[in-house]
Design a protein around this ligand. Structure first.
Ligand code: SAM
Ligand code: SF4
Ligand code: F3S
Length: 444
């Protein structure tokens, strides 16, 4: 008989991709996804460790699940993802309700560990077997059938920014074989994907070499362009150090690569970038920006910012504001520095909490302002939108424009999976609202 599994995913897009692939694997041993978190045979939390009290939040969440199942059959409790990797067997010791702790590079073992658990063993799997993992998943069909799909091409990080846990939770950089990625992309397109976002913690560090040649991210993007049913290509997250000319060139030659670059800078101060061990300067970042703008002035940028990194003075902070004013990022993430266990920056003196909050509010005011201005610029215009799905409980459609802005649309379901012109009638900070008029539809 089929067993039910409920999956809750936190963190980045890669966790979302991983959750889908874990499910693809578990389906083979009879698990079926459920949306009912109060009545499931297996409960999987895919966790993120990037900021704040990530670990405590997971224990809190497990405590909540434990309460729900107090008078019911206990589900198999699995903790996966970056907290699982960082905490490993400690989790089994501290919270006996947890049955399985599995790190991101051990997902190929998921069916075995679940089967072992059914035979009553507690399991912790946190080895870094990245290559074996991907080889295993190459033989399991990706069943994701979303119009906009993620596809992991690279995993891990060798850069070791002083604030970041990713090199510890995801392990060293690994690039998947070129041909396997294209095969998976083919499956996704057959399943209905019209947009593919290539994923990696350092996606533009992608480098795969076989007996014939070296393949980089630009080669993948150009190969994907040939898929006739695919409308759009994106990639995330990139690092300024790996923004090579062949990739920049794609923005002039590739018709499907979206003109929107998410390129984290973290700070506008060279002093802070150095303290962070970012391996790039503000000038190098601006050089990339200028090259891209020269190739296509309609390219827009978004970024990640860390506020109040240890040592950040008012002057350093103001340099970040100046950079934001210069580039006018249209959509960015900004967070106060969060000391992460095991990282170099964790031991440094932190900046006063109130001061940090003030800085965050100030920076977000600028960022949100540019976001609003950008959204306003679409008012009363027809823009290209790829329609992704129908909104739950609403008679509206959801899609995105080329800059990844969310668009809420009046229109009928037949537009799902299509690229269409939408007339934007209103907007707020996070959404554009519009109508599909006169069935103006584009083929691609
Ligand atoms: N690899 C990407 C890069 O090099 O920029 C970023 C990947 S990381 C998963 C996403 C973002 O989380 C980072 O860009 C950074 O802004 C943020 N982040 C990472 N560690 C953080 C910390 N300790 N405190 C606050 N934000 C953090
Ligand atoms: Fe983290 Fe830096 Fe690696 Fe990005 S490049 S994942 S911020 S260590
Ligand atoms: Fe979080 Fe791990 Fe992604 S720490 S951001 S889930 S790589």
């Amino acid at each position: 008989m089929d067993k039910k599994i409920f999956i809750k995913t936190f963190g980045c897009q890669m966790n979302e991709y991983d959750s889908n692939r874990i499910y693809d694997s578990l389906k083979k041993i009879g698990f079926i996804k459920t949306e009912d978190h109060e009545n499931t045979d297996c409960y999987l939390l895919n966790t993120c460790h990037i900021r704040d009290k990530a670990k405590e939040k997971v224990y809190h969440e497990v405590g909540r699940i434990k309460k729900t199942y107090k008078n019911k059959n206990k589900p198999i409790m699995i903790v996966a993802g970056c907290v699982a990797q960082a905490e490993n067997e400690e989790m089994l010791k501290r919270e006996p309700f947890i049955d399985i702790v599995i790190g991101p590079q051990s997902y190929h073992k998921i069916n075995d560990v679940v089967a072992n658990h059914i035979q009553k063993q507690k399991v912790e799997e946190t080895d870094f077997d990245t290559m074996i993992k991907f080889e295993y998943f190459d033989n399991i069909k990706n069943s994701n059938n979303k119009v906009s799909s993620f596809l992991t091409i690279q995993e891990g990080c060798d850069k070791f920014c002083n604030f970041c846990v990713v090199p510890f939770t995801r392990g060293p950089e690994y690039s998947r074989p070129f041909s396997k990625i294209l095969k998976e992309a083919e499956v996704l397109v057959k399943n209905g994907a019209r947009e593919i976002t290539l994923l990696g913690q350092n996606v533009n560090a992608y480098l795969y070499e076989d007996s014939k040649k070296k393949y980089r991210l630009s080669n993948l993007i150009n190969e994907l362009e040939k898929f006739s049913e695919l409308h759009r290509i994106r990639y995330t997250t990139s690092h300024p150090k790996d923004m090579t000319d062949d990739l920049i060139e794609c923005y002039s030659t590739n018709k499907k690569l979206m003109p929107f670059v998410h390129l984290p800078i973290q700070s506008g101060s060279n002093k802070i970038l150095k303290l962070m061990n970012r391996k790039h300067t503000v000038e190098e970042y601006l050089h990339i920006y200028n090259k891209l703008k020269k190739i296509n002035p309609f390219i827009e940028f978004s970024s990640d910012f860390i506020i109040s990194y240890p040592g950040e003075t008012e002057e350093d902070f103001n340099q970040t504001i100046e950079l934001i004013k210069k580039i006018k990022f249209i959509n960015s993430f900004s967070f106060i520095f969060s000391p992460r266990p095991g990282t170099k920056a964790a031991a440094l003196d932190q900046i006063d909490k109130e001061e940090s909050k003030e800085r965050l509010i100030k920076i977000q005011k600028y960022l949100f302002d540019y976001q609003l201005k950008m959204n306003k610029s679409f008012e009363n215009k027809f823009i290209d939108v790829l329609v992704e799905n129908k909104l739950r409980d609403q008679n509206k459609l959801f899609g995105r424009n080329k800059y990844l802005n969310s668009v809420i649309i009046e229109g009928n379901k037949s537009f799902i999976g299509k690229s269409t012109k939408v007339k934007i009638e209103s907007f707020n900070q996070n959404n554009l609202f519009g109508k599909i008029e006169n069935n103006k539809m584009r083929a691609a």
